[in-house]
Design a protein around this ligand. Structure first.
Ligand code: ITT
Length: 206
C-alpha cells in the first residue's frame, strides 16, 4: 500500500449528516482544513430521512446527528437551521424547510410565499439565519450555534447558495447571500459561525 493510501485508510472519518446539497457543499468547504476524511451520505449509499419533530433546533440537530451516526457507525455532523423574520414574529424559523401550504413546494415557492406574507408589512424586514450543529458518536452529542443578521428584500438577487439566499440581503455589503461567492458566505454565515464554534470539540472527538 502506498503512503497516501495508507494515510487515507487511517484518517478519521466524519459523516456530513444532511440530505441538503447546498449544506453539503458549504460544510465540505468549512471543514476542509481539518485533518479528517469527509464522507457524504451518497458516498456510503445511505438514504436516511429523519423526521424533524423537535421543538428546538437543538433537538432536531441532535436527532439527525444521532440517527446518521447510528446508521453509519461514523462520527456524524448534522445542521438544523432556519430563517427568522421579525415582521413574521420569527417565522418560518424551525419550519423554514417546510414553509409552504403545498406539499412538494420548491425553495422558489417558499421565497415567493414569504414575500407574499411580508408585502403589507413596513420595511426594513429585518431577519436572521440561525444554525445549530450537532456532532454525535456513541450516544455522545456536542452542540454549537451561530447566527447571521440581515434583511429580506422584495426582489430576488443572485444565483449562488440555496434556500432563502436570493432574498436575504446584507445592507452593509449591498449584496444578497446569493450574490456572495461561497468563500465569502462561508466567512459570514450562521453555519460558518456554528462550525467555528464546533471546531474545538470536533478536534477532541476525532
Ligand atoms: P437536512 O435536514 O437534511 O439537513 P433541510 O434542508 O431539511 O436538510 P433544515 O431542516 O435544517 O434542513 O432546514 C433548513 C432550511 O432553512 C433550509 O431548507 C433552507 O430553506 C433554510 N436555510 C438554512 N440555511 C440556509 C442558508 O444558508 N441559506 C438559505 N436558506 C437556508
Amino acid at each position: 500500500m502506498n503512503v497516501a493510501l495508507l494515510q487515507r485508510e487511517t484518517m478519521k472519518k466524519l459523516l456530513i449528516a444532511t440530505n441538503n446539497k447546498g449544506k453539503v457543499k458549504e460544510l465540505q468547504d468549512l471543514l476542509k482544513d481539518l485533518d479528517i476524511e469527509l464522507i457524504t451520505p451518497a458516498d456510503i449509499n445511505l438514504n436516511l430521512e429523519v423526521e424533524e419533530d423537535g421543538t428546538t433546533y437543538m433537538e432536531n440537530a441532535a436527532k439527525k446527528a444521532i440517527a446518521f451516526a447510528h446508521a453509519s457507525g461514523l462520527i456524524s455532523l448534522a445542521d438544523d437551521s432556519g430563517l427568522e423574520v421579525d415582521a413574521l414574529d420569527g417565522a418560518p424559523g424551525l419550519h423554514s424547510a417546510r414553509y409552504h401550504p403545498k406539499p412538494g413546494a420548491s425553495d422558489a415557492d417558499r421565497r415567493a410565499y414569504m414575500l407574499e406574507n411580508l408585502k403589507d408589512k413596513p420595511r426594513p424586514w429585518t431577519a436572521h439565519f440561525h444554525a445549530t450543529i450537532a456532532i454525535a458518536i456513541d450516544g455522545k452529542v456536542e452542540i454549537a450555534e451561530g447566527n447571521c443578521y440581515g434583511e429580506i428584500i422584495p426582489e430576488e438577487r443572485g444565483n449562488n447558495g440555496f434556500g432563502y439566499d436570493p432574498i436575504f440581503f446584507f445592507p452593509e455589503l449591498n449584496q444578497t447571500m446569493a450574490e456572495l461567492d461561497m468563500e465569502i458566505k462561508n466567512r459570514l454565515s450562521h453555519r460558518a459561525k456554528a462550525v467555528l464554534n464546533a471546531i474545538p470539540f470536533l478536534k477532541e472527538m476525532l
